[in-house]
Design a protein around this ligand. Structure first.
Ligand SMILES: [Zn+2]
Ligand SMILES: [Zn+2]
Length: 123
């Protein structure tokens, strides 16, 4: 019997999306810049770079905190807690974000268990 794939809450996807957007913007600025630096420094793209990367940084912090929703029971779950690592089965020992690596085995979390219904889903 084929194992059904676990539903995903697209938690890691948020950060990939942010990274891709930042790289795309940077490429756009580089490719559209003029060879003359003083003119480039005056251009709108160059002036947008600062605010854009500040905004990206803020979005990163917001994305990290933004709670996830269990795909089974629709309960909202915090992204910072003392989670149990599915690789080594150990607790983190302190409140940590789900996007951080395990303190024991340095593995990234790929799945997580709902606090309420105890079912597993992909992050
Ligand atoms: Zn671990
Ligand atoms: Zn649940």
């Amino acid at each position: 019997m084929e194992k059904k794939p676990l539903p995903s809450v697209f938690f890691h996807f948020r950060f990939k999306f942010l990274a891709v957007t930042s790289i795309a913007f940077l490429l756009f600025v580089i490719l559209s810049s003029s060879s003359d630096f003083s003119r480039f420094a005056d251009s709108a793209q160059f002036k947008l770079m600062g605010p854009f990367f500040i905004l990206s940084g803020l979005m990163f912090l917001v994305f990290r905190r933004f709670p996830i929703k269990c795909p089974y029971c629709a309960r909202v779950l915090p992204t910072k807690k003392n989670w149990t690592c599915p690789h080594c089965g150990k607790k983190q020992g302190k409140e940590r974000f789900l996007m951080e690596k395990c303190v024991h085995c340095k593995q990234m979390l790929s799945t997580h268990e709902c606090d309420v219904c105890k079912k597993e889903f992909r992050l």
